[in-house]
Design a protein around this ligand. Sequence first.
Ligand code: SAH
Ligand code: SF4
Length: 355
Amino acid sequence: MERTKPLRDIRSLSIEDLSELTSELGQPAFRAKQLKEWIFEKNVCSFDEMTNLPKAFREQLSERFSFNTPVEIAKQVSKDGSRKYLLQFSDGTSVETVGMPSRNKLAVCISSQAGCSMGCAFCATGLAGLTCSLTAQEMVDQVLHVAHDFGERVTSVVFMGQGEPFMNFDNVVDALRMLNAPGGLEIGARHLTVSTCGIIPGIKRFAELPEQFTLAISLHSAVQSTRNKLMPGVKKYTLPRLHEAIQQYVEKTGRRPTYEYAMIDGVNDNNPEMEALIEFCTGTLCHVNLIQLNDIPDSPLKPSPMEKVETLQRRLTMYGVETTVRHSRGGDIDAACGQLKQRRNSAKKIILPNA
Ligand code: SAH
Ligand code: SF4
């Protein structure tokens, strides 16, 4: 028996392709513009929603094309309103995405890869290894899914789900531009944040982009031996080289990078660690985000007590380093990186609120 081939995603067509298709189907030229608006500006996910197109034309389109949007295979809703999704793409790959609402705002955390090759010791995704890199459309689809689910405009996006964005640089930049594009989701460049574990060539290329995208660096320790243990995948990008690359980024862009620092009990929260972090930051343009490590089941690494987090914040502030203590959102729904997926692999069924 012949296997049916999946239909091509209409969103993979260029504007020129849409014009050609429109004339091939005997439609006037302005229909191509309407199609473009529905697909790339209004971001609809079905032909039925294209209400100003003739029904017969919509039917012709749906016989030849589809919208290969991801399928939601699990969703958890936190008490604080955050929603965490496990989304599956048409090739069977699945990733995590989180929507975090707050007053008049909707932030979305997306994945840039399924899994991650960097192997950070404190990260559930890192422990599971890399499956594949995502396409730009797959990254944008995560944002669209959350926007549709909340029925709200997305105001910011962080690339802090699964994966290392700078190991998938070109697709990430394409996705940033799609999210930022006028007429589309129109999310301001400053509200689009890419987080990297410190891939120096990526930081250099990012500094060259004309848009004002925001950069976050997962630092987690300013002591080389500790960082090597926590983040073995970036050993070769040593702290002095990382510091230099970030200073070049600041000089070139004038923008303030953020350092992510997850505090781990007895590992990066002692006096020498605090002093090293202060030295790394003092006198530079940066913002430090301190967070208590998210507990990963079966891991020997545990979160630092809150007093230590507050002590470090006070000390950094004393040295003039802007510091915020972040409270992990959705703690009751396994919001730590990679955890929903891990649990999904070990248990058959997951709670599906709102189902
Ligand atoms: N690969 C990129 C982006 C994805 S990870 C990066 O590492 O920056 C997003 C953020 O979550 C990073 O700052 C990462 O270090 C942090 N993270 C991973 N596991 C964590 C955990 N168990 N607790 C707290 N933060 C964690
Ligand atoms: Fe990858 Fe980031 Fe997790 Fe490290 S922290 S394993 S780089 S996703």
